[in-house]
Design a protein. Structure first.
Ligand code: SF4
Length: 429
């Protein structure tokens, strides 16, 4: 059912999200053109709430790189980095960024300022080697935050162990504050940090709600396509008033769709989970190969780990900003690592919560961190749950290893299997 308000609200999240990302790149371009410095960060443990309190412009090299693929020019950047000496086998995000740096910050969305500081976590081992490239190129100061992972798959962490982990992260964050104070010549303003944490709280609450809303039938957003736009804003504008308002508006839009039974495909026939990193070089077409069959991605592990664990909806205590930032970082980054490395456990809950008909595993050539365990994760899932799965390989950046014809063959066969399974179930019912 639709109403006269549809035109005001439907699609708002997509268009406003694209505007915000465009403006954000515009601001970074202005910094680059004025010769200003920036802080380079990663999606898992970005700490942008803290860096923003020092007015440090923040660059997400992962977002820059995926943008080259979505804009169909990634191959130019990859080839440039390979000609420079980087192996075809390594993370495509790294190579696209190397080419951006070799071009003096030239990027299809604008100019990227140089890094004065790189903040990275141990969530992906590539982060550390990637930041060393900037260290060699620009003498960039590196700050590595070591976040202790989940201690056991079954036993809860003891209170003593948890407090030790928390103190460890807290101590490192205080070291980062000292680095930022020395770099900027500003003392940390705890009130400003508290304000940013309040905005992050709103964004976390909304992010959790948005993910939950897709449990409704029909799903109100596509986790692969729409979700990636939301994710960009969630990372880039984290802790800002604009980011918080965007997510409040987005929840309103998606609640409206849920209340009015408005889905994203005409006929939602199969509800799917996506596991891995999207195929950005063929972003739209990849998704169409599923929607043409009435398949809708209602959830993904990507929206969990690439949001840095915002799916938890963690609420900071702005009255104790540093301690609370440490706790939120520990819990969120740890959760992001778990949903990346142990997807089979995450999927156990998703299958029931989202009433899934199938799970699509998408390992990619140039992200070993996410892809390495996917075959085992699939096998573990199939040993415990009776759910159809599809295992298709392509890449997040490199169109040379994306074969649409091969993908389509596999995807078509998957849906034929889903259709006959459904017919069988109807006969047996
Ligand atoms: S290896 Fe994967 S997780 Fe690590 S930086 Fe590259 S794309 Fe991101």
């Amino acid at each position: 059912m639709t109403s006269k308000h549809d035109g005001d609200i439907l699609g708002r999240g997509k268009s406003q999200g694209a505007d915000l990302i465009r403006d954000w790149f515009g601001q970074l371009s202005a910094v680059a053109q004025n010769g200003g410095d920036s802080a380079y960060v990663f999606v898992m443990g970005s700490l942008v709430e803290l860096l923003g309190a020092f007015d440090l412009p923040v660059v997400f090299p992962e977002i820059n790189s995926l943008q080259t693929a979505v804009r169909h020019v990634a191959h130019e950047y990859l080839e440039e980095a390979e000609d420079y000496g980087y192996s075809p086998d390594i993370c495509g995000y790294v190579k696209a960024d190397v080419a951006v740096q070799l071009r003096g910050g030239d990027h299809p969305a604008g100019s990227i300022p140089r890094p004065a500081l790189a903040v990275l976590t141990n969530a992906c081992n590539t982060y550390i080697k990637w930041a060393e490239i900037w260290e060699r190129m620009y003498d960039t100061r590196m700050f590595t935050l070591d976040v202790p992972g989940t201690r056991s798959a079954t036993a809860p962490e003891s209170d003593q162990q948890y407090r030790a982990d928390l103190a460890y992260v807290d101590g490192q964050i205080r070291e980062l504050i000292a680095v930022c104070e020395a770099m900027t010549g500003q003392r940390l303003d705890l009130k400003r940090l508290g304000d940013r944490l309040r905005n992050a709280n709103t964004m976390n609450t909304c992010w959790k709600r948005i993910l939950e809303l897709n449990r409704r039938r029909p799903g109100v957003f596509n986790a692969l396509t729409d979700g990636t736009i939301y994710l960009g804003v969630s990372n880039a504008l984290r802790g800002t008033a604009e980011g918080a308002q965007y997510f409040v508006d987005l929840v309103e839009e998606l609640e409206y769709k849920a209340d009015h039974g408005i889905g994203t495909v005409d006929d939602e026939t199969y509800r799917l989970a996506f596991v891995g990193v999207p195929c950005y070089p063929s972003f739209r077409r990849f998704n169409e190969m599923f929607t043409e069959w009435g398949g809708e991605f209602v959830t993904s592990t990507y929206l969990w780990f690439a949001s840095g664990g915002s799916n938890l909806g963690f609420q900071y205590d702005p009255g104790h900003p540093i301690e609370s930032l440490a706790e939120g970082t520990l819990l969120s980054v740890r959760d992001a690592m778990d949903s990346m490395f142990h997807q089979d456990r995450v999927l156990q809950g998703m299958i029931d919560d989202f009433e899934l008909d199938g799970v699509v595993f998408h390992p990619i050539k140039s992200c070993r961190t996410v892809s390495t365990g996917l075959a085992d994760g699939r096998r573990a899932l199939m040993e415990t749950r009776d759910i159809p799965t599809l295992f298709i390989e392509s890449d997040m950046m490199d169109r040379r290893v994306v074969s649409e014809a091969q993908l389509k063959n596999r995807i078509d066969a998957f849906f034929e299997g889903l259709a006959s399974r459904r017919q069988r179930e109807m006969v047996e019912a």
